[in-house]
Design a protein around this ligand. Structure first.
Ligand code: ADP
Ligand code: MG
Ligand code: ZN
Length: 591
């Protein structure tokens, strides 16, 4: 029975997918265009927005998958104005709803929200919108718990439906339905009743999470299997991806950051992401001491200090914001030219979001990550208590350890997409590296050595951190822990990569211990280490190569294109010049 259901759903989604939804000869097409220009004051649609709008206006359920910042909100905000009645928007965060209602109100679009913070009077008024046939409100924002916990809301919603006024239900961040997603919220499960309760009312789900697993789960939970999934590519062709070796001393790190900001990104603005509030403050101070105009930004800043930082950054008063990941939501600056990660992100998903704040204007921008093994433990000891978090982190580490595959390809894997080297256009450090001979080293004997180091320490009741294992392996540190054989023929830097590689491949595992002040990651033998005993066992690791990357020379400003693309290049350069003169004007007027 389930397989029959599955094939019907497959047929349904195939036939929906075969329709060209981006057409402009629907009965509402003229209206849609006029609304886009006159109400939203936008010139044209971004990719897939029109398809989503036509599909939902046709009364079909759909799920829209686009990267953050791609413009998902328009896919339900605009249709809401095309037909009579009310659009319900479900959103998990009150602050996001407030932002949207504010910006809609500015455009004279009647919108309202109900949250648990709103007073009884306000929420009565908001609830009456559902019953009042003459209410001018077109979009009503609610949190998911409203459906789960308020009988009055549900009663009024049913009345709205009975009156034929329930036009559409938009569910933002729809991945929150699924436990497989990275942000499961139990109240979203309750939304599953909507499709049966309100037949023929189209549901429009929106998310930036693209894995196939989550998407089928979401359709199942919402009971809209076989609906159209509109998915835009997650490739950002104008972003250049680069891994830099991170030195062990903070001063040397500061020197790299200083040079990047002073020379490579001279006159441009960007973000430096740091691991903790303390790091954030230290690095911002260090850079200020070196004469750079930077600001720090993290969760401990008061709200108005935060918005001041935002404004001064927009005005190019600061060249860089040194931030924790608290700096993200609501960044609407199109010309961010660089995003530097001083410490790796906790997952590829996070890395994509954070680095993706660069280059929204479509011009070339750079995403540079400083990586060293020690940072793996800095992050793992912070995240290990939540389920799945180590796997997510190891995905990020694999990206950093990689020295042979296009970085884009690794990002694509994460989004279940398939981008080839052709999509990269030499816009990553691997593809742009001319000497691409790969050296591989055999890890069999290294595995055995490391296992024996751990066993030996175990006999002496000693736990080893990765750093201690490295010492023992390279015949340093306490004599009783040292490996009895010869010093390995690889450099210590490659040794670090070997240990990280064996961790992410489960030959070694982390073992976390709490102390009064911190958490320590010790290294134990992992489930795969027994494979080493097999005489036919082989394990090879490609050794990373460091491509040339001048931190003290200006970054290229345009994307390398075919030579017949000179027009594009000129446009880019002109635009840049304009922006540069803009900013010097604002500076002058201020001083
Ligand atoms: P998402 O929800 O996908 O993260 P938003 O809906 O918040 O993205 O939109 C991000 C930004 O893109 C907003 O500032 C919005 O005004 C802008 N935007 C959306 N659609 C267009 C368009 N067609 N043309 C220009 N800007 C757009
Ligand atoms: Mg959004
Ligand atoms: Zn590449």
């Amino acid at each position: 029975k389930t397989s029959l259901k599955n094939s019907i759903n497959k047929l349904k989604s195939d036939s929906l997918a075969s329709i060209d939804w981006a057409g402009t000869s629907y009965e509402w097409s003229d209206d849609v265009n006029i609304t886009l220009q006159n109400v939203f004051k936008l010139e044209s649609f971004r990719p897939h927005q029109l398809s989503a709008i036509n599909c939902t206006l046709s009364g079909q359920h759909a799920i829209v998958v686009m990267p953050t910042g791609a413009g998902k909100s328009l896919c339900y905000q605009l249709p809401a104005l095309i037909k009579p009645g009310l659009t319900i928007v479900v959103s998990p965060l009150v602050s996001l709803m407030e932002d949207q209602v504010r910006s809609l109100t500015k455009k004279d679009i009647p919108a309202q929200l109900i949250t648990s913070n709103t007073s009884r009077e306000d929420s009565n008024a908001a609830l009456n919108i559902l019953k009042d046939k003459n209410s001018p409100i077109k979009l009503l924002y609610v949190t998911p718990e409203r459906f789960a916990k308020s009988k009055r809301f549900m009663a009024n919603l049913q009345k709205c439906f009975a009156d034929g006024r329930l036009q559409r239900i938009a569910i933002d961040e729809v991945h929150c339905c699924s436990q497989w997603g990275h942000d499961f919220r139990p109240d979203y499960k309750f939304l599953g009743i909507l499709s049966n309760m309100f037949p023929k009312v189209p549901i429009l789900g929106l998310t930036a999470t693209a894995t196939a697993h989550v998407l089928t789960d979401v359709q199942k939970i919402l009971n809209i299997q076989g609906c159209l999934v509109i998915k835009s590519t997650f490739n950002r062709p104008n972003l250049f991806y680069k891994i830099l070796e991170k030195p062990s001393s903070q001063e040397e790190c500061l020197t790299i950051l200083e040079k990047l900001i002073k020379y490579r990104y001279k006159g441009e603005s960007g973000i430096v992401y740091t691991h903790s509030i303390k790091d954030c403050e230290d690095i911002a101070n260090g850079l200020r001491k070196r004469g750079l105009k930077v600001a720090s930004y993290h969760a401990n800043l008061e709200a108005d200090a935060r918005s001041k930082v935002h404004i001064k950054w927009h005005d190019k008063h600061y060249q860089a914001i040194v931030a924790t990941v608290a700096f993200g939501m609501g960044i609407d600056k199109p010309d961010v030219r660089f995003v530097i990660h001083h410490t790796i992100s906790k997952s590829m998903e996070n890395y994509y979001q954070e680095s993706g704040r660069a280059g929204r204007d479509g011009d070339r921008a750079e995403c540079v990550t400083l990586y060293r093994m020690q940072d793996l433990f800095k992050v793992s000891t912070m995240v290990f208590t939540s389920v799945g978090s180590l796997d997510h982190l190891y995905g990020m580490v694999k990206y950093c350890l990689n020295g042979t595959l296009c970085r884009r390809q690794l990002i694509a894997e994460h989004f279940d997409e398939d981008w080839g080297n052709a999509d990269c256009n030499k816009m990553c450090d691997i593809c742009s590296n001319p000497n691409s001979n790969v050296r591989e080293i055999n890890l069999e004997s290294h595995c055995k050595t490391l296992a024996s180091i751990i066993e030996n320490a175990d006999k002496q009741d000693t736990k080893l951190t990765a750093q201690k294992i490295l010492d023992a392996w390279f015949l340093k540190g306490p004599v009783n822990l040292r490996h009895k054989g010869k010093e390995p023929s690889i450099s210590r830097a490659v040794g670090e990569d070997v240990i990280a590689y064996l961790l992410v491949e489960n030959y070694l595992v982390e073992d976390f211990h709490f102390t009064a002040y911190s958490t320590i990651s010790y290294i134990k033998k992992g489930p795969n280490i027994d494979l080493v005993q097999d005489p036919d066992f082989t394990l090879k690791m490609p050794v990373r190569k460091y491509s040339q990357f001048e931190i003290d020379r200006p970054a290229p400003i345009q994307i390398e294109t075919n030579d017949n693309n000179i027009e594009v290049k000129e446009k880019t350069i002109k635009k840049r010049k304009l922006m540069a003169s803009d900013s010097s004007q604002t500076k002058k007027s201020k001083t």
